[in-house]
Design a protein around this ligand. Structure first.
Ligand code: GLA
Ligand code: ZN
Length: 678
């Protein structure tokens, strides 16, 4: 299933901000000439245009957008028209200061910058509903309209009296009574017993659940705001809606935001620094897989940078092949289109240097333009692959509420929460990379998803057990699944309260894993610790370094596969497996390097009869597979700076580079191919 039912190929385009160029119409003429030349077919328009549509309150003028939409029609471009809530006109912020956000210190912010309105203000809703309904009424039937880009990268929270009252209502609804709230908040600690709902301070960083609840509340508030924006369109338009996410941005539980989207869109700005290519590719592959998994259908990479992005420590000119590889990484992991921020570099302000398709020179002669145009032309060669599906038998869990719980727990070597955030995302990425490197496709899901279609389920540092999750994990294993969990998993319940009968997960998961995790040893970098396998070597090794931390485990029925090599607890379990029903539950007690994880998962995949999508690929060549109508498309990528030669199991045609069918594929440094196997 494609993103747009009436568009047969891959979407390719950019954020387009013609309202920055209304004084130079010749630039806009040139834009459309260049858009055709760059093989761009889709544009996000009007994201920050409210102050152009409504220069004075109640005075609407859409003539410039009429012109742009008409040009899009004649040039055959699709448009995602934005609801302009990400940036309010100055008159609005100034005349109605109650629409400005209030920060943690109680200070009402000024109007400037962007993405800083209050979520509850009736005024912002009233003004926004008006502009949105005018846009929807005017353009709903426009032949170029493909869908609605709702706001832009929603984020942030407001602490004005209205929003605070909503937080109180949220608490009342969630806990029902103050007694229950006090119980869940463990409020006898430091004498925090609450005698009124209003006393709960979301910024009291000593009360773990207050922070967590505020994040839950904020997600709910943003979702409510998003639904309000969508509702304002629906009288006129039933075109698909989305909003652009930001990977694993901590502030919003994107699985909830996904509920309001017809398709998923994400903004991706990876960096390609020396020695980090595979880790970075794996990280973005993981984000892409999550965005595919959210709807189990293709998503859109809504923003990416064709040149050099802002906001990064090193701003490197793209090396040959790098840009194309980044785009094809997204397509190979289920994107049905890639778009850029932005089409043309503006001349002023904080993003004037940010890479764009058209630079300040305004020509088609730049590296960025030529690469985009070349990529766009090649996309047309593989258009039949749009809408193709990805099949997986392995899933990895990354769960927002669990991340919030861990990050709002003091201890484990951290004092007030966000020093290194427990290295959660790095750990999840490492587990992902260790499977990805074997070219086995993964879904990336949250803990409340259905596990039944998977053979292997990996839950690194799944700190919180949301209601029902332990039961689902047990059923998954009993019915034949293989579950892998690690240190710092199943430590707290949904209220961020520790389990009363030990880790992991109290009695239920202790029995599932056949272990008891008594404590965690978090040590100085110079401390040596090792994991020693008790049985056969993995990848020819029987010993692996343990880094930073490891749990002090007792086997309570589990088979011990590895023990610690050092310290007073040398010889105690570090890696265990327990048989339960038809399946097995593995527990990795130690934080290790990628070497152990790659070897461990390599073995596990083999035991489960899972192979990479293409056999015997060279170490630095990665492949994914998409399928449609009996045809298979392999996206093959060279992650190294050396040429690579790939022996294919049977002759295939490289429809990306237009080379004839053959059983050997030669990839230049950073090179990519799309093979058709039919
Ligand atoms: C985000 C925003 C864009 C722009 C880019 C720059 O993704 O959505 O408006 O600011 O960052 O990288
Ligand atoms: Zn507010």
């Amino acid at each position: 299933m494609s993103i747009l039912h009436d568009f047969p190929g891959f979407l390719h385009g950019a954020d387009y901000n013609p309202d920055q160029w209304l004084g130079t119409p010749e630039v806009i003429d040139e834009d459309f000439r260049l858009m055709d030349k760059a093989h761009c077919n889709t544009f996000s328009i009007g994201i920050f245009s409210w102050s152009q549509y409504e220069k004075e309150e109640g005075n609407f003028d859409f003539t410039w957008l009429d012109d742009i939409m008409e040009r899009c029609r004649t040039h055959g471009k699709k448009v995602f028209l934005a609801t302009p809530s990400a940036a309010r006109p100055a008159w609005l912020g100034n005349r109605y200061p109650e629409t400005n956000r209030v920060d943690e210190t109680g200070c009402r912010l000024s109007w400037g910058s962007r993405a800083n309105h209050c979520w509850s203000s009736p005024v912002i809703r009233e003004k926004l509903a008006l502009i949105i309904s005018k846009l929807a009424e005017r353009y709903a039937k426009h032949p170029s309209l493909a869908g609605w880009h709702i706001s832009n990268e929603y984020h942030g929270a407001c602490r004005c009296p209205l929003c605070k009252k909503e937080f109180v209502d949220f608490l009342k609804k969630r806990y029902g009574s103050l007694d229950r709230l006090n119980e869940c908040y463990w409020s006898a600690f430091w004498g925090h017993r609450y005698s009124a709902w209003e006393q709960v301070d979301p910024d009291d960083r000593t009360i773990d659940l207050a922070q967590l609840d505020f994040l839950r509340f904020n997600t709910q508030q943003v979702l409510d705001f998003m639904r309000f924006e969508i509702e304002a369109l629906r009288d006129y338009s039933d075109a698909p809606v989305t909003t652009n996410m930001m990977g694993v941005f901590e502030g919003l539980d994107y699985w909830r935001i996904a509920e309001a989207c017809d398709f998923i869109a994400d903004d991706c700005y990876p960096t390609w620094y020396k020695g980090e290519t595979e880790a970075m590719a794996a990280r973005y592959a993981m984000y892409h897989d999550m965005h595919y998994s959210m709807k189990n259908k293709p998503f859109l990479m809504m923003e990416s940078c064709p040149g050099i992005p802002n906001y990064k420590p090193y701003c490197k000119i793209r090396r040959p092949g790098e840009f194309e590889r980044e785009m094809l990484l997204a397509l190979g992991h289920g994107a049905d289109g890639t778009m850029y921020f932005q089409w043309r570099k503006g001349r002023g302000n904080c993003e004037k240097i940010h890479g764009a398709v058209v630079g300040h020179d305004g020509t088609d002669r730049t590296l960025a333009f030529q690469r985009v145009a070349d990529y766009g032309a090649k996309l047309e060669r593989i258009r039949e692959a749009a809408g193709s599906a990805i099949r997986t038998e392995t899933a990895l869990i990354y769960d927002w509420e669990s991340a919030w719980a861990l990050h709002n727990t003091k201890g484990f070597g951290e004092y007030f929460g966000d020093f290194s955030r427990q290295r959660l995302i790095e750990t999840v990425c490492a587990h992902y990379q260790a499977v990805w490197t074997h070219n086995v496709p993964l879904s990336v899901i949250e803990s409340s998803c259905d596990f039944s279609s998977y053979k292997i389920l990996i839950a690194p540092m799944l700190f919180m057990m949301k209601p029902g999750v332990m039961e689902h994990l047990i059923r998954f294993v009993e019915e034949g699944g293989t579950l892998v969990m690690t240190y710092l998993s199943a430590c707290v319940d949904e209220h961020n309260l520790c389990f009363a009968s030990g880790n992991p997960g109290g009695k239920m998961l202790r029995e599932l894993f056949g272990i008891w995790s008594e404590d965690i040893d978090i040590f100085e970098p110079e401390t040596k610790q090792t994991l020693r396998l008790t049985g056969e070597a993995l990848d020819g090794k029987t010993q692996f370094d343990v880094l930073r931390r490891c749990e002090y485990l007792h086997a309570e029925g589990a088979r011990v596969l590895g023990v610690y090599g050092e310290e007073f607890y040398a010889g105690t379990p570090a890696l265990t497996v327990n048989q339960r029903g038809k399946g097995r539950a593995y527990y990795i007690g130690a934080d290790t390097g990628l070497d152990f994880l790659e070897a461990f998962y390599g073995n596990l995949l083999k035991e489960n009869g899972m192979e990479g999508v293409l056999p015997e690929l060279p170490r630095h060549v990665k492949a994914t597979r998409r399928e449609k109508e009996g045809k298979r498309y392999y996206f093959v990528q060279n992650m190294s700076d050396e040429p690579q030669s790939v022996r294919l199991p049977r002759p295939m045609r490289d429809i990306w580079n237009g080379t004839p069918s053959g059983a050997e594929l030669l990839l230049p440094p950073c090179g990519s191919a799309v093979l058709l196997d039919s």
